[in-house]
Design a protein around this ligand. Structure first.
Ligand SMILES: Nc1ncnc2c1ncn2[C@@H]1O[C@H](COP(=O)(O)OP(=O)(O)OP(=O)(O)O)[C@@H](O)[C@H]1O
Length: 251
């Protein structure tokens, strides 16, 4: 396991009221790698992802114990706005704002104080290029984002997330609402982005995890059962629950 971790997580327990969703999770999320979070429905994948940028903080009854450090700093002591600038998120269903392509991508930088038009134009162009969308939309930056295809909207959401230059991108089932061709484009994009960003992706699709991830975390009933390099876990799983999951005995 890589020693250079972006997140250091220790004894993490997460509750929704009386329901414990994560049980004593301790792990290090490696930097500039793609880590896939897998496991059967309800095992705690999304909860784990949402801990990392405190997305669930406002849910009544939600409670977190343990520590999560980002670059050595406890995320609970960070201003959520600062945390989410460092840790961007893309959701299952593409959710562009009903604004122009340009305004979608410029949204985050504007919130963080960028006013200069030239600078904003450069950020928008750079982010759309990184999200492999520039060539398709460069003549249509004023067009409303909701008029684009689902796959284009999802790449726009990725462009919007990377416009503020985060360290980490959290992807929660980013392709499950997309057709196979759009999925393929996003998978290729994720691999390209991992050169610059740490990526943590929740996916129901084990084949997708195997195709794109460097590391895999397998959760079962709130427990992090196994976390290893993907090729190590798939060739030599250490826990019988992992091997049963990989063999498709449950999904
Ligand atoms: N807002 C909530 N209130 C109460 N319980 C919740 C809430 N969100 C999740 N849970 C419960 O916490 C557990 C973990 O849920 P979570 O969504 O993290 O699992 P998951 O592995 O992402 O599931 P899926 O693959 O079905 O999306 C489940 O038992 C779920 O019912």
């Amino acid at each position: 396991m890589s020693k250079d971790g972006v997140f250091e997580i220790e004894n993490l327990n997460v509750y929704y009221g009386n329901k414990q969703a994560l049980k004593n999770v301790t792990c290090t999320v490696p930097r500039n790698k793609i880590t896939a979070v897998v496991g059967p429905s309800g095992c705690g994948k999304s909860t784990f992802l949402r801990v990392l940028n405190r997305m669930n903080d406002l849910i009544p009854g939600y409670r977190v114990e343990g520590t999560v450090k980002l670059d050595g700093e406890d995320i609970m002591t960070l201003d959520p706005v600062v945390l989410r600038k460092k840790v961007g998120m893309v959701f299952q269903k593409p959710n562009p704002f009903p604004k122009s392509v340009f305004d979608n991508v410029a949204y985050g930088p504007r919130i963080h104080g960028v006013k200069n038009k030239e600078e904003l134009r450069n950020i928008v162009e750079r982010s759309l290029k990184q999200a492999a969308l520039w060539d398709e939309v460069k003549g249509e930056l004023k067009k409303n984002a909701i008029n684009f295809s689902g796959g284009q909207q999802q790449r726009l959401c990725i462009a919007r997330a990377i416009a503020v230059e985060p360290e980490v991108l959290l992807l929660d089932e980013p392709t499950s609402a997309l057709d196979p061709i759009a999925t393929q484009k996003i998978e290729k994009l994720i691999e390209e982005l991992s050169e610059k960003y740490t990526i943590v992706i929740v996916t129901h699709n084990l084949q997708q995890a195997l195709r794109i991830s460097d590391y895999m975390m397998f959760f079962y009933m709130g427990e992090l059962v196994e976390f290893d390099e993907t090729n190590v876990m798939t060739t030599n799983p250490k826990d019988c629950r992992t091997s049963d999951y990989l063999r498709g005995i449950f999904s």
